[in-house]
Design a protein around this ligand. Structure first.
Ligand SMILES: CC(=O)SCCNC(=O)CCNC(=O)[C@H](O)C(C)(C)COP(=O)(O)OP(=O)(O)OC[C@H]1O[C@@H](n2cnc3c(N)ncnc32)[C@H](O)[C@@H]1OP(=O)(O)O
Ligand SMILES: N[C@@H](CCO)C(=O)O
Length: 400
């Protein structure tokens, strides 16, 4: 029986941070001492829980399930109003009735990653051994750990084989890991704006963000809840730096150029004179209202450690050899975080491994986060891929 409860999250209430906040729109699967999660660091995490959302209906033979893997700071609320921000779902361009991930046709599951802060067990959860938030005592988790936890959730649904696993950025890493760790459970895979390993430049940006968090005196060596504070400034700076990498020079120029913010002339101060400064400050301050600082450390670390080839004697193609999964790999021309060269490396490895793979590079100036935006060519490609995979899976044609 599925063990379903209203999620008791750990933190994040804008302005009034507590360690027990309801997330009434999520379901939670709990895993007790009899079902520990084996982690790459050698520790078994137990007990733990996974918060998740579902959309649509699972068909009788359980062949229409799509697992959506969320990106770094996103969460399971991909197609419903977000319970903290009150904003529309995080991936409505792709998920919903009549959308490529058609909730009238597919059963869609999206779970908050292990280590996250939206109801799944993470560093802000209570450590049963101490009765306090885990903080940095939480074990370091990896992308394979996230996927192993998701597989345990999928088992609870009695789903042997997912029709598709879909994700962008860190979600795309999970897609690739699913196809390597559980090839027989993945009929098709849509990996967007991602890579099989994190580059030196990307690790460097993550390190910058982590150092910004840890340099904030309110971080308190990760024990900020106990001190009744939160590293707002450090986490906001981390987000500002990261957000620049999600965009592109051309997009920033198009949106803001050198335009001034609510003024005609420079103030000759360090106010946000430029619109782009004001925008970045807003992105930083809104982020800290919805995200946990320690989770940010853990999830960026998980991406840093990701390296599929390293787990296969340095031979990427060996990871995919003999796979029956149908792949679609997508990149965006202005993505300098996961440039097209990374996607080509995935495609070459898949080809060498004998996989069935299609590849699209979308021309856009919207940067890495183009996968979250209304990018018609990308939406069309996702729709066509799922349509053709659905036909191959015997799911019939969509009405739309
Ligand atoms: C948990 C969730 O809700 S997940 C939400 C979805 N995902 C994320 O947050 C990931 C991070 N966010 C992003 O990467 C991007 O914001 C996207 C991709 C989601 C959206 O991109 P876009 O639609 O192009 O929005 P854009 O980046 O221009 O940001 C718009 C916001 O900036 C604000 N803004 C724009 N210009 C300025 C300015 N000069 N000064 C201050 N704020 C500004 C807008 O008011 C708007 O605020 P709102 O989000 O509260 O409505
Ligand atoms: N902007 C998205 C994607 C980052 O890779 C996020 O914050 O999760």
């Amino acid at each position: 029986m599925m063990n379903i409860h209203s999620v008791k999250g750990q933190k994040i209430a804008a302005g009034e941070r507590t360690q027990e906040v309801d997330h009434p729109h999520s379901l939670v699967a709990q895993f007790g001492a009899d079902q520990p999660l084996p982690l790459d660091c050698g520790i078994e995490l137990s007990p733990f829980q996974i918060a998740y959302q579902t959309y649509g209906t699972l068909n009788a033979d359980k062949s229409n399930a799509i697992l959506v893997c969320h990106a770094l700071t996103m969460d399971q609320h991909i197609a419903n109003v977000h319970p903290i921000t009150g904003k529309p779902g995080g991936w409505l361009t792709l998920v919903g009735p009549g959308k490529p991930i058609d909730t009238d046709r597919y059963f869609v599951i999206c779970s908050n990653v292990i280590g996250g802060c939206m109801g799944s067990t993470g560093p802000a959860s209570i450590n049963p051994a101490t009765g306090k938030a885990w903080g940095l005592d939480f074990p370091v988790i990896t992308i394979p750990d996230m996927v192993r936890a998701q597989a345990m959730l999928i088992d609870r649904f009695g789903i042997d084989k997912l029709f598709c696993v879909v994700g962008g950025s860190m979600g795309g890493m999970q897609v690739l890991q699913w196809s390597v760790a559980f090839p027989e459970r993945v009929f098709s895979a849509l990996a967007i704006a991602c890579a099989t390993r994190h580059s030196a430049q990307n690790i460097a940006f993550h390190e910058l963000g982590r150092q910004a968090v840890m340099a904030d005196p309110d971080w308190q060596h990760g024990r900020y809840f106990e001190h009744g504070c939160f590293p707002h400034r450090g986490l906001a700076v981390a987000r500002m730096a990261a957000h620049i990498t999600y965009l592109s020079d051309a997009a920033l120029h198009r949106k803001f150029g050198r335009k001034m913010q609510d003024r005609e002339l420079p103030t000759f101060s360090f106010d946000a004179d430029f619109q782009v400064e004001s925008y970045l400050r807003y992105q930083g301050s809104s982020f800290v209202e919805r995200f946990d600082a320690n989770s940010y450390l853990y999830l960026t670390r998980a991406m840093d450690y990701f390296d599929i080839a390293a787990d296969h004697d340095g031979v990427l193609a060996a990871a995919f050899r003999g796979t029956q999964t149908r792949f679609c790999v997508v990149s965006f021309t202005s993505d300098w975080l996961f440039p097209t060269s990374e996607s080509r490396a995935i495609v070459h490895a898949l080809n060498a491994g004998g996989a069935r793979v299609s590849f699209a590079e979308i021309v856009t100036d919207k940067g890495h986060d183009a996968f979250l935006l209304d990018e018609p060519e990308f939406i069309d490609i996702a729709r066509a891929f799922l349509q053709s995979a659905g036909t191959a899976r015997g799911l019939g044609k969509a009405e739309h």
